[in-house]
Design a binder for this molecule. Structure first.
Ligand code: IVH
Length: 677
């Protein structure tokens, strides 16, 4: 009998391995074993199934999954990027979302109409119809470039292959979410961790015949490119494509105002478990398409839509200990090690305590029974202490005053809040090994160098083995050493090598973002890159004299404020930082930042705004200027082309200055005329 349980254990272990590799292969698109190793693993499982019939009750993997696809789907650039959504977790977040929209549109009172759609937890894809014929089908990829998975998408019966309607636009791109029904998934739960994983795996099969074996469904939720544009509302678009034969989610509703938003959110949340597909929230979109266009996008997500997630799953557990983590900016984050507890299907053993002030405010102590919550993909957090369960001898938690590296920590004074920061930070930068390790993780991340195969865990591993200690080490890795490590086969090493070579060519804005200057995120990095233009100009920051002049000039940039300038100053005043940035840039091919030469009413012109406008917010005016090829700056100089003066409270001094410098002044009424011309 012992023998039998051993066989079952071995079988289940192999199935877990298959699941793990399916995930690497199909979802992450980064296999960590060779195709033949994967095939062998599968063969072993099939042999076991054939030999020991008692394994039957665990289901069979032999039939369904095809050979792993060569992950070489053709890469295709999207006609328009596939963005992601920002999240809201409660009514407050929704209130802020609506307020931001109104501010942007300069609406005093608003009655904006939203469309509420379930957020399907599947895999996104886009279908391109030319003259009513399905011509292309792509995966999302990184949002800019997707993969050609047309043949696999075609196997989904409900997806129209031709649209028989004489009202269909000659170019129509339909965005949709592909999923596997919860019931259907029960037949595949041995091979995939969850329905989403199964849908992803199925879509990435090389042979469409294998895709067919997993019954996929879909809901269409939006459009990409369209010519001619025929719709004025999202609801109208959805109704029309329903007539064209697309599957549209039946739980869609047009709503107005926070009350209706809340009601709809509650209503669908109660239905959630009865649906045959996974949803993790509702998407609220501004219904009017012209307003959507006015609102536009931030770097990754539209301003006109948000994913309002369902309420966080909560659980009660006990704090075993409190440890300290150091972030890439030196921020000291306390983390509670808790007794493992399942929250929303995931076992949680760590929960964040945010910062020193939060511990103080909630008086959180080791040994406390606490309520924790996990919302969406955010880190689980401790939300409250069950004081009634606290032991009498419990002691207040004393927050460590030193970093893990032993250096002093400090709370900075924030000029904007006029208070001490809630976060305590290590006073060392790269000299603190904990901070340095986190900086490296940032450098290889998706938004920075985006090095496939060099994730957080690998950085930890390579750090411990002394293979990487500073950014430039990434480009002189000792592959002979890596070869000897467990889990590193020829395939994964070759993949890593080519990912690193690929990452050597990087744009200036990404480089600036990567080096991790505090307060310089992706948007600010772009502003700086357009200011410097080339890495040569950027490296002038190394020299004290030039640095001072540059920082002076930076004040002119719209979007770069005192905080950013101070932070750049601090960063480059540190010689170690300078050496690190220099060593890194020497290894790279950093492309100049080319401002897309947009042809428009303000091509190559510098504009500055003062005063408020009646019809639009400053943010919208800025967006319009940029869309028309202009560059918006934050201070007056002789290089300025136009000072645009709004009627509401313009700064007199600025107008005077502009007049003195003979800069052309555009009044609000002229601005409106120019835009309408
Ligand atoms: S709209 C630009 N609507 O969620 C707006 N997305 O986090 C793009 N999704 O990639 C998304 N249901 O795969 C939208 N009703 C819905 C959706 C939905 C699921 C997915 C989609 C997208 C992701 C964004």
């Amino acid at each position: 009998m012992k023998e039998k349980s051993k066989i079952v254990d071995d079988y289940l272990r192999k199935i877990e391995l298959i699941k793990k590799h399916n995930n690497h292969y199909y979802i992450k698109d980064k296999p960590i074993i060779t195709d033949s190793d994967y095939d062998n693993l599968k063969k072993e499982v099939i042999t076991l199934e054939k030999k020991y019939l008692f394994l039957e009750k665990f289901g069979s993997v032999s039939e369904i999954i095809g050979a792993p696809p060569s992950n070489k789907f053709a890469k295709v650039k999207h006609l328009s990027p596939m963005l992601s959504l920002s999240n809201a977790f409660d009514d407050k977040d929704m209130e802020i979302f609506i307020k931001k929209i109104n501010n942007f549109l300069n609406n005093d009172e608003s009655d904006i109409e939203f469309i509420s759609e379930p957020k399907i937890d599947g895999i996104s894809a886009t279908l391109i119809y030319e003259k009513g014929k399905l011509a292309k089908g792509l995966s999302r990829g990184d949002g800019e470039v997707g993969e050609d998975i047309l043949e696999n998408l075609k196997t989904i019966e409900e997806i129209p292959k031709t649209i028989n309607s004489n009202t269909v636009p000659s170019l129509l791109e339909v965005r949709c979410e592909i999923y596997i029904g919860k019931k259907d998934f029960l037949n595949f739960k041995e091979q995939f961790a969850n329905p989403r994983n199964a849908a992803g795996g199925s879509l990435r099969q090389k042979n469409p015949e294998d895709t067919k074996k997993i019954p996929l469904k879909y809901f269409a939720y939006g459009f990409g490119a369209m010519d001619p544009m025929k719709f004025s509302k999202q609801s109208e678009f959805l109704e029309s494509i329903k007539d064209f034969g697309f599957s549209i989610n039946p739980l869609i509703k047009v709503v107005k105002g926070e009350k209706q938003i809340e009601e709809q959110h509650k209503k669908i949340e109660t239905l959630r478990s009865s649906l045959d597909y996974d949803i993790d929230g509702l998407v609220f979109k501004v219904n009017d398409l012209k307003t959507q266009k006015r609102l536009g996008n931030t770097s990754n997500s539209p301003r006109w839509a948000i994913a309002y997630k369902f309420s966080a799953e909560k659980a009660i557990t006990k704090i075993k200990s409190i440890v300290i983590q150091v972030g890439r900016t030196g921020a000291i984050t306390p983390v509670a090690k808790v007794e493992p507890v399942t929250v929303g299907g995931v076992v949680v053993s760590n929960a964040t305590l945010h910062n020193e002030d939060e511990i103080e405010r909630k008086d959180i102590r080791i040994g406390d029974t606490v309520k924790i919550q996990r919302a969406g993909d955010v880190i689980p957090q401790v939300i409250s202490v069950e004081l009634s369960k606290r032991k009498k001898d419990s002691k207040k938690y004393l927050f460590p005053k030193r970093c893990l590296c032993g250096a002093e920590t400090k709370k900075e004074f924030s000029k904007s809040t006029k208070k001490l920061d809630a976060v305590r930070r290590c006073t060392k930068g790269y000299e603190c090994i904990f901070t340095a390790k986190e900086k490296l993780k940032h450098i290889v991340s998706k938004e920075a160098f985006n090095i496939d195969g060099l994730g957080k865990k690998v950085i930890e591993q390579f750090w411990d083995l002394n293979l990487i200690r500073k950014p430039s080490d990434i480009f002189k890795l000792d592959y002979n050493k890596i070869k000897k490590l467990e889990g590193w086969g020829e395939l994964s090493i070759n993949n890593l090598k080519s990912a690193i070579i690929k990452s050597k060519t990087i744009s200036l804005d990404k480089f600036i973002y990567s080096i991790g200057i505090r307060h310089i995120g992706q948007e600010n990095a772009k502003i700086l890159a357009s200011f410097f233009g080339s890495i040569k100009e950027f490296t002038n920051l190394f020299t004290l004299k030039k640095r001072k002049k540059i920082l002076n000039d930076l004040e002119e940039l719209d979007g770069i404020g005192e905080t950013q300038i101070k932070s750049i100053y601090n960063f480059f005043s540190n010689e170690i930082n300078n050496t690190i940035v220099k060593d890194l840039s020497d290894k790279l091919n950093i492309s100049n930042y080319s401002i897309k030469n947009v042809n428009g009413k303000f091509s190559n012109k510098k504009l500055m705004f003062t005063g408020g406008f009646k019809n639009m917010s400053r943010s919208e005016a800025k967006m319009i200027a940029e869309k028309n090829g202009g560059k918006v700056v934050g201070s007056i100089s002789k290089n300025l082309d136009y000072l645009v003066v709004g009627e509401t409270k313009p700064t007199k001094r600025k107008v005077e200055q502009a007049k003195q410098l003979k800069i052309k002044i555009i009044l609000e009424k002229d601005w409106n005329k120019i835009l309408n011309s």
